[in-house]
Design a protein around this ligand. Structure first.
Ligand code: MN
Length: 293
């Protein structure tokens, strides 16, 4: 990467390695969602552990919400495109996540929280991403921040691409959150038909796009298409300095990348540690009321 180049353009784009459809499932007390980043992709997309997409006009699909449940060892990033969700946790935090807002929660050594809809009708649409913590930070104190839509930085390109910068940086615009070890990039791109968007990416960082409206073409030579409802995993081409995306129609897509931790992953449900013993300790701490104490 040539940091002296002020254009932030990409000389050589990564290519599309693989398309992933995601798996329809339900979680919490019966919220219907699509698990886009599943357990099988945790190694390939290290440091990301999970991505769920939820979107429905029917209250039956979301009204049950996510009643009180624990987390330890990682971070959750919830991005609400449409709808209202109330968060309450064991540290005494409470917040309303709505229309374009982000909740960034570092579970660290432990948190118990609920995520419940505050609407009985209308559309609810959004994403929850799980980002791993390095071994040395898995037992750090819990941390939490609500970021309202109006507080999220935007980068507007000459071609009319509006990038909401949740984490990392694009074209000199710093995002709302940064992380030292995993260096996450989290962009929500609104792209008019035909627009091109360049994003510099370190070659070693794992990266993917998730298209939720319209369609994208990835790369410049032999560009390959990612349709709505699909994740495209971007190859870690050593010679590539980033990715070039082109909107095949009016498109909304997430572009997510991060530096892999390359540590063992031991997961049982909402506990993600490095060893099985640490996971068993988390379960014991939860049973004994010490998880979030
Ligand atoms: Mn949760």
């Amino acid at each position: 990467m040539n940091n002296a180049d002020p254009t932030h353009n990409v000389e050589r784009s990564r290519s599309l390695e693989r398309l992933v459809a995601g798996i329809p499932t339900s979680d919490g007390a019966g919220v219907k969602l699509t698990r886009v980043l599943t357990h099988e992709l945790q190694r390939r997309l290290d440091p990301f552990l999970m991505l769920d997409a939820f979107g429905s006009d029917s209250a039956d699909d979301y009204i049950a919400g996510f009643p009180s449940h624990p987390h330890r060892g990682f971070e959750t990033v919830t991005y609400m495109i449409a709808g209202r969700m109330r968060h309450r946790d064991s540290a005494g935090h409470e917040g309303l996540l709505e229309n374009g807002g982000v909740q960034w929660m570092t579970a660290g050594r432990g948190i118990i929280h609920s995520e419940m809809p505050e609407q009985e009708q209308g559309r609810m649409e959004g994403f929850q991403l799980w980002l791993n913590l390095p071994s040395g930070e898995k037992m750090r104190p819990a941390w939490y921040r609500d970021i309202k839509a109006g507080e999220l930085p935007h980068y507007l390109s000459a071609q009319g691409v509006d990038a909401t910068v949740i984490a990392g940086a694009t074209h000199g615009t710093e995002g709302a959150v940064s992380r030292e070890h995993t260096e996450p990039l989290y962009l929500d791109l609104a792209m008019p038909a035909g627009a091109r968007f360049d994003q510099r990416l370190p070659a070693g960082h794992n990266a993917f796009v998730y298209v939720y409206r319209g369609a994208l073409e990835v790369g410049t030579d032999h560009a390959r298409r990612v349709d709505a409802g699909r994740m495209g995993i971007l190859g870690n081409d050593a010679a590539a300095d980033g990715v070039v995306l082109r909107a095949a129609g009016d498109t909304r897509a997430l572009l997510i990348a991060g530096r892999p931790l390359r540590e063992p992953i031991a997961q049982y449900g909402p506990f993600v540690m490095n060893t099985r013993e640490q996971v068993e300790q988390a379960m014991e701490d939860y049973r004994n009321g010490r998880l979030a104490a």
